[in-house]
Design a protein around this ligand. Structure first.
Ligand SMILES: [Cu+2]
Length: 255
């Protein structure tokens, strides 16, 4: 009867020991991982402590009419826990805000990300580094204009839209998130990024990829019947490869 819980516990410890986090491919990833692991250790330690106290209480079975020294057994630990969790929350908020509210590097590469049922599209501003106007009424994936670039705006003439996000290593990136229909969840586990794309809102997310490779971009919000296949790739390449890819796209050649 005790065999099943024992197997479960052994598996849980073995999984935790291997620590199956995805690899870290962004500059801000290690600080988020450190905070996550610190939280897990603290929560695990408190869980063990609570069960130890419960066990000691059950086994000792000492009863007194009035609790003695309540400040020592109640108020002091409670104050410590309030301080601890406030500190952890503030630190988590600082880490979260660093990718959003601190503002990107002025030299960051601007890319517009649009989520729609059921695909991600990535618009690059072209040689003029300026995005052209868009109009949702012009959006037509079947005619090669999935985000609705307005042909009347000259700034949009050199914009191009890719179905794969290509980024150079060690260069700051500023993503501008949009959603065309419903809420989509933009997530790249290896970049430690996760942010909802909300219709009618422009949400910025900035980061620096540090490791070349190909990683999956997921949608983490149940956005409709095709949600399961709403995926794209991010390909992080060397700056020279990125320049070559950009040049091939700007001249209209197939990458
Ligand atoms: Cu989606």
């Amino acid at each position: 009867m005790l065999l099943q819980p024992a197997i479960f516990l052994t598996n849980a410890i073995a999984t935790a020991a291997r620590w199956p986090l995805p690899i870290d491919a962004s500059a801000h990833g290690p600080s988020l991982d450190r905070h996550l692991i610190l939280n897990l250790w603290i929560a695990g330690g408190l869980l063990a402590l609570v069960h130890l106290i419960l066990l000691v209480g059950l086994l000792s079975r000492r009863r007194t009419a009035e609790p003695r020294r309540p400040w020592l057994v109640e108020y002091l630990p409670l104050s410590f826990l309030i301080l601890l969790f406030t500190g952890l929350t503030i630190q988590a908020e600082i880490l979260w805000a660093a990718a959003r509210y601190t503002g990107p590097d002025p030299a960051a590469l601007q890319i517009e990300v649009t989520g729609m049922q059921f695909a991600w599209y990535f618009r690059y501003p072209g040689a003029d580094a300026t995005f052209g106007r868009t109009d949702p009424r012009l959006a037509n994936p079947g005619e090669g204009n999935p985000v609705g670039i307005d042909p009347a705006d000259p700034n949009g003439a050199d914009d191009f839209v890719a179905s794969e996000l290509v980024l150079p290593t060690n260069h700051p990136i500023d993503l501008e998130l949009h959603a065309q229909d419903v809420i989509h969840g933009f997530a790249i586990p290896e970049m430690r990024l996760k942010q909802n794309a909300v219709p009618g809102q422009t949400i910025h997310l900035h980061f620096t990829p540090t490791r070349a490779g190909k990683y999956a971009i997921l949608c983490t919000q149940l956005c409709g019947s095709g949600h399961y296949r709403m995926q794209a790739n991010v390909r992080v390449v060397s700056p020279a490869e990125f320049r070559a890819w950009l040049a091939s796209r700007q001249t209209g050649a197939t990458p």
